[in-house]
Design a binder for this molecule. Structure first.
Ligand code: NI
Length: 179
């Protein structure tokens, strides 16, 4: 098991434009991805981007086949590995909802995101990924892919009256859901 330390907001490595992955299906890549899943699960994250562990690559993981205690009411998003992603909004519709991020532990904010998107990219074997999604799935993808262009969710917020500490905003939430 490898649990990586997650970089917190303020670390310059979270602000970089990540480099594309050029070699697929390598032992090094598989090891990195499995350690990212271990880290995400250890932290009850909905997703994790390579820059959050200081790795300068266009690589995100997200989804789970189980209910996440941090987002108990969220619909399931399939377990996904996504390299070199391209996200395209399908229309102008937006919706706002609460987001957290493992790089901003203990905080939540109300973030507008495109409601409907298409995302493309590759999996760890170099096979193409091409999906049209909406709602929570679309939100998670936009959040994670933003990490690859140096954007953290507060940079997408428009209303800072809806930004605060999870324990204050959601006092009834599971103690494990601390960020
Ligand atoms: Ni995040």
């Amino acid at each position: 098991m490898t649990i990586h330390e997650i970089l917190k907001m303020g670390d310059e490595r979270l602000l970089r434009i990540a480099q594309p992955v050029t070699e697929f299906d390598t032992d090094e890549l598989h090891l990195l991805i499995s350690s990212m899943f271990e880290t995400m699960h250890a932290e009850n994250g909905a997703g994790l981007a390579a820059p959050q562990i200081g790795v300068d690559l266009q690589l995100v993981i997200f989804g789970t086949n189980q209910i996440n205690p941090r987002y108990p009411d969220a619909p399931l998003v399939p377990r996904t590995v996504l390299l070199n992603p391209v996200v395209t909004p399908l229309g102008p519709d937006e919706e706002s909802d609460w987001e957290g991020c493992l790089s901003l532990p203990g905080l939540r904010g109300m973030v507008p995101r495109f409601s409907h998107i298409r995302y493309t990219g590759f999996d760890q074997y170099g096979d193409p990924v091409d999906r049209v999604v909406d709602g929570f799935h679309a939100r998670v993808v936009q959040h994670e892919c933003d990490h690859l262009i140096g954007k953290l969710y507060p940079m997408r917020m428009r209303d800072f009256t809806q930004f605060g500490f999870t324990e204050v905003l959601f006092p009834g939430l599971d103690a494990a859901a601390d960020d």
